[in-house]
Ligand binder design. Structure first.
Ligand code: UDX
Length: 434
């Protein structure tokens, strides 16, 4: 099927390449000329495992093209909208500028029988408004949210937990049939497919992310209690996680969640609930945000306290900058925030991340970046692990002790073995761990 994907950022680029890998004829459209040139050359503009292969295969086969011109979308039957919905600085609400611009630019090329399928995370009610906006073209609109995780984006797209179609009563039957055709290969694997109305589909996405954020902040709140009671939050998570109703996943306490989705999505949801006169329903999400932001400062405080309150001029190795491992994404990254806060207090921060240093350097040139993990820890008076990259988890405590000038380790992701590190002479501090 001929498909267009509007917006070639994280979501769009992966979706376009994944659709081509399923055998469709895809054009990805973006207003950013540099990005289109990179993608057209079969190169990935960001780090995402597995993307390079399907992108190159798609471009080489001729089934995947990229363009800055919306006219290239003219003969597509399904147009996916995958542009960003960033957080507005003033209200915290979602900024729909890019969604509205995408629809306005696409509109002249929409024809009866074609379908606009929204993927971006939008405030509930957006799909209904856009349906009206394109009504006179004869094209339909459905909401088809994406649940991809960075680091697993390709897998999550071609092998998702479920497919969600939000359609109108008026055109639903036709739209479902068309989307089923797009996703035929995925559906053939037995992937659950849920059909619902548009507002439900919009809410599915935002409530899923709110639930995940809540789970993380819940365990971080337990870490706060553990810290003052001598309890261990990791053992607690293991124990409650065995209850299948709770589950162990997303119960890792530490410096909290970041990234391009969870933080902005919960804020946008709170703003939308306020607009709908239901602010009290989501009041707890403000608390979820607060707990999350407190944990970064907590780690900074632990480091500072270890220097008796005087971190000025002390050498601190901050290991990790990306908001999570296997990603070079530093958006709303707790790791980067910890580095910046320590630097702001006068510490001599040396940061290292296997993938995110170029992005971090552009945004924070004032930080020092080490060329290697070894160079970062060399002579450090404290090590803070803030992104759980494999190579940090696998650091050898005895070997590392020989490189630092003061063996103090702060485990901001609770991924080290406290016993092994203490046995090697380290003063180990986790987040809510004994
Ligand atoms: C998230 C959702 O998981 C995904 O379904 C949605 O489509 C987009 O947002 P992503 O932003 O890629 O995906 O990251 P995710 O793996 O969910 O992690 C989010 C943050 O939570 C990371 O900063 C991670 O370090 C943190 N986290 C995760 C914890 O602090 N503890 C945990 O137990 C799990």
């Amino acid at each position: 099927m001929r498909i267009s994907v509007i917006g070639c950022g994280y979501l769009g680029a992966v979706h376009a390449a994944a659709m081509a890998s399923l055998g469709h004829d895809v054009v990805g459209i973006d207003v950013d000329e540099a990005k289109v040139a990179t993608l057209s050359a079969g190169k990935t503009p960001f780090f995402e495992p597995g993307l390079a292969d399907i992108l190159k295969a798609g471009v080489d086969s001729g089934r995947l093209r990229f363009s800055t011109s919306f006219a290239a979308a003219a003969d597509a039957r399904v147009h996916f909208i995958g542009v960003g919905t960033p957080q507005r600085k003033d209200t915290g609400a979602a900024d729909l500028t890019y969604v509205d611009a995408a629809i306005a630019s696409l509109k002249p090329y929409l024809a009866p029988g074609s379908l606009v399928a929204g993927k971006s995370t939008v405030p509930v009610g957006t799909a209904a408004r856009l349906t009206e906006e394109i009504r006179d073209t004869g094209a339909h609109l459905a909401w088809n949210p994406e649940f991809l995780r960075e680091g697993f984006a390709v897998r999550d797209t071609v092998d998702p937990d479920r497919l969600v179609y939000g359609v109108t009563e008026e055109t639903g039957a036709e739209d479902v049939a068309l989307l089923d055709e797009v996703y035929a290969t995925i559906l053939a694997k037995g992937t659950p497919r849920l059909v619902m109305n548009q507002p439900t589909a919009e809410l599915v996405k935002i409530s899923a992310n709110s639930f995940l954020a809540t789970k993380i902040s819940f365990i971080n709140a337990m870490a706060e209690i553990a810290e003052v009671t001598g309890a261990d939050v990791t053992q607690l998570a293991d124990a409650i996680g065995y209850d299948a109703r709770i589950g162990r996943r997303f119960l890792n306490a530490g410096v909290g969640f970041g990234g391009g989705c969870l933080p902005k999505d919960i804020r946008a949801f709170v703003a939308r609930a306020d607009e709908l006169g239901r602010g009290e329903s989501l009041a707890f999400l403000r608390e979820i945000d607060e707990i999350n932001l407190r944990r970064r400062q907590r780690l900074v405080d632990l480091v500072v306290d270890s220097f008796d309150g005087q971190v000025f001029g002390r050498r601190v190795a901050v290991l990790g900058l990306a908001f999570k491992p296997d990603s070079d994404d530093i958006r709303d990254s707790p790791a980067l925030d910890v580095a910046v806060r320590l630097k702001g207090l006068g510490a001599e921060v040396v940061s290292y991340d296997p993938e995110a240093m170029d992005n971090a350097r552009r945004m924070h040139p004032q930080l020092a970046y080490a060329d290697s993990l070894d160079a970062a820890v060399e002579g450090a008076e404290a090590i803070a692990i803030v992104t759980e990259w494999k190579q940090f988890k696998e650091l050898d405590p005895a070997d590392t002790a020989g490189k630092v000038s003061r063996p103090f380790v702060f485990d901001g992701r609770n991924v080290l073995d406290p016993v092994a590190w203490r046995d090697a002479g380290w003063t180990y501090t986790g987040m809510g761990r004994v």
